[in-house]
Design a protein around this ligand. Sequence first.
Ligand SMILES: Nc1nc2c(c(=O)[nH]1)N[C@H]1C(S)=C(S)[C@@H](COP(=O)(O)OP(=O)(O)OC[C@H]3O[C@@H](n4cnc5c(=O)[nH]c(N)nc54)[C@H](O)[C@@H]3O)O[C@H]1N2
Ligand SMILES: Nc1nc2c(c(=O)[nH]1)N[C@H]1C(S)=C(S)[C@@H](COP(=O)(O)OP(=O)(O)OC[C@H]3O[C@@H](n4cnc5c(=O)[nH]c(N)nc54)[C@H](O)[C@@H]3O)O[C@H]1N2
Ligand SMILES: [Mo]
Length: 758
Amino acid sequence: MNKDVRRYRTATQWGVYDLEVGDNSIVGVTGIDADPNPAPMGDLLLDGVQHHTRIQRPAIRKSWLERKDRGRDRRGAEAFVDVPWDEALELAAGELQRVKENYGNRAIFAGSYGWASAGRFHHAQSQLHRFLNLMGGCTRAMNSYSTAAAQVILPHVVAPWSHMELHQTSWQDVIEHSRLVVAFGGLPLRNTQVAYGGITEHNSARDMQLANERGVTFCNISPLQEDVPAWLNAQTIMPRPGTDVALMLGLAYVLEQESLLDREFLRTHCMGYERFREYLLGHSDGVAKTPDWAAQIADVDPTELVLLAHRMAAERTFITAAWSLQRADHGEQPYWMVVTLAAMLGQIGLPGGGFGFGYAAEGFIGSNHRRFNWATLSKGRNPASFAIPVARIADMLLHPGLEIDYDGQKITYPDTRLIYWAGGNPFHHHQDLNRLVRAWRKPDTVIVNEPWWTPTAQWADIVFPATTAQEREDLCASSHDNYAHFMQQVLPVQGQARSDHEIFAGLAAQLGFHDAFTEGRTEREWLQKLWQDSQPRAIQQGFELPDFDEFVAAGQYKLPPRARREYWLADFRADPKAQPLATPSGKLELYSQRIESFAYDDCPAHAAWLEPYEWLGGEQAGAYPLHLLSPQPSRRLHSQLDQSAYSQAGKIAGKEVLSMHPQAAADRGIAEGDIVRVYNERGACLAGVRLDAGMRADVVTLPTGAWFRPSDPESEHSLELNGNPNVLTRDHGTSKLAQGPSAHTCLVEVALQDTEAL
Ligand SMILES: Nc1nc2c(c(=O)[nH]1)N[C@H]1C(S)=C(S)[C@@H](COP(=O)(O)OP(=O)(O)OC[C@H]3O[C@@H](n4cnc5c(=O)[nH]c(N)nc54)[C@H](O)[C@@H]3O)O[C@H]1N2
Ligand SMILES: Nc1nc2c(c(=O)[nH]1)N[C@H]1C(S)=C(S)[C@@H](COP(=O)(O)OP(=O)(O)OC[C@H]3O[C@@H](n4cnc5c(=O)[nH]c(N)nc54)[C@H](O)[C@@H]3O)O[C@H]1N2
Ligand SMILES: [Mo]
């Protein structure tokens, strides 16, 4: 190694890397020895951290500074003025105080959803919430864009989501005991590069390979063949998107008709199978959910469904569904139906049998590591104690005072006067961005902490430049990983950036509670405190952490392996009375009295097929005959570092790539590499075309993450130029139960774009 090159350890939410720094810039990225399969996404760091899109200085939107009405209508379409730190902090603190005094703390929305960066201490959202709680609180957001519908439906049916995520069946159990894995939404390896909070070992591909070698067979139920790696030799059934519940009902019908189900298990461990059965057989609604009925809705071969149902009943079968299935209209239903189908097979609680969710959603799912709850930064209590379902933000901004349903409760939207965002990108993650633009222009003030000039920074009034994880020290330690890492400061602070902690400490100083916020600690002392606070938890689990300084010197610490092999729900299976579930009946609720009592028209008392607001079998498919899926991108995490060379190398003429079937392209005079316009009633964007013969001809995919770039930021109807699918998706809750996002329910049309005309 060149003597002028130094190595530093950093951690990201797609892996841990050693960075080589020479001449004050990152010149090399290497996966660490502990990682058998480092994610290629590491290369994002090469030019991403020091990219020219970094925010150099605090900045304030021109009209916000100069005009009395603050020119809210020009938010997102205007230049910024650089201001010194002191002045920016004073203005922001004054505005927070004004809104608090005039409208109360609930008028401050700081849901601030987003993944930000790895690192326990510099977790942007925690820093923001700690700060605002000390100021009297704010309106927050609950649940995630990832799994909102699952988080609300599953506690009614089986268990709290947070528990399931960490304790459900491991890959090891699948490898050793399953014979058949039925994967709704497939097992796309691209998504396993990533894990919230960080990941050390990328083992998902290895685990799937081991299962394959042991003779486990896979059935991929997805509109795309590519949703499983080719070497798995999976059978693929390709339903229309959003029709999985109908397909599962067809399978369930075969089990019931041919008595291939475990009636004893349904009686002893489940609540209300009879009610579901009435529906399945059509006694309650006059429609028998036969394989022919299912096949017509899903547009698949009915004999394949019959054969699959036979195999599922004959073999140890593990049923899994991607998280994507519940990010759709009535997204609660496919998850409820997976549980119902698995209950009918009666293998729940047996090793390698039953069900589980998201086995390729993130790299940690199905890992067999010890689960350890590391200490986090204390956020204190939110005195305003109020939250909206996370994906209802535009509704809230547009309709203050409106009352909505949510999981048996009523929620009234507050009148939002100020938005504070740190560590997320709503102009990436939210649906129907043209509608968000309208909503986003309503509050008096938007404050954002960001390292880069992302769309969210561009759509703010006061922008504070934040450091990246590579410009500060931190602790990477997540409850699902088997390592902790000391994240070194790799680069000097870029421009005038400050860490989120420092930014909030500065605001707290203006508002008179600096010491309460920092507790008199330096950032290094905070890291030490988090480490030391984790020690009693380790001792409780029967091991001891090294001393903090020892850990820092070593750079990493590996947790002792998991003490005991557990099979998900085995205890419950063995004795449902002594080991009940945390559901109202203590059993698996295939019918829920509680949900029935809510009387929601869009979430009945048992799993059911409900027509989505738009789908290929519906009326709208006349005008918009292609179903758009917007999956996670393979070359980045969401919108993060989309500006870097590694992400841009995956584009076509700078646009995100739309995959489409050769026939669908030919019908429209489109060829590989062409630039097209993707559109529907909600919006339009450009994309570059890639052809894929292994997908349904009536489905197109456009991964998320291209930075929102409207051709005319002043307009609410302009053409989006980079290929951001969220100008096309609808902003509509999954149902009154969960009010989750429904991004995957979306129809579009595609046309060749005359690029000369742009
Ligand atoms: N159409 C469609 N839309 C979707 C989805 C879909 O499937 N389809 N999926 C949804 C899902 S599952 C998710 S999780 C969301 C993801 O949405 P987000 O989590 O909001 O997306 P990110 O791009 O990760 O945004 C994180 C932001 O934090 C910034 N950041 C990084 N580090 C720091 C830091 O230290 N401090 C501060 N202040 N900022 C920092 C980054 O620059 C970035 O702008 O998208 C959702 N949107
Ligand atoms: N590289 C990378 N990995 C990531 C992320 C990232 O940004 N980049 N983001 C992470 C995050 S925050 C999350 S929440 C997870 C998300 O994990 P998921 O929600 O599981 O991921 P998606 O990519 O949205 O969808 C997975 C697959 O489901 C299929 N699918 C979509 N709709 C349907 C349907 O109606 N029926 C069936 N049968 N299949 C369908 C699509 O073909 C798609 O490829 O990924 C994580 N992993
Ligand atoms: Mo997510």
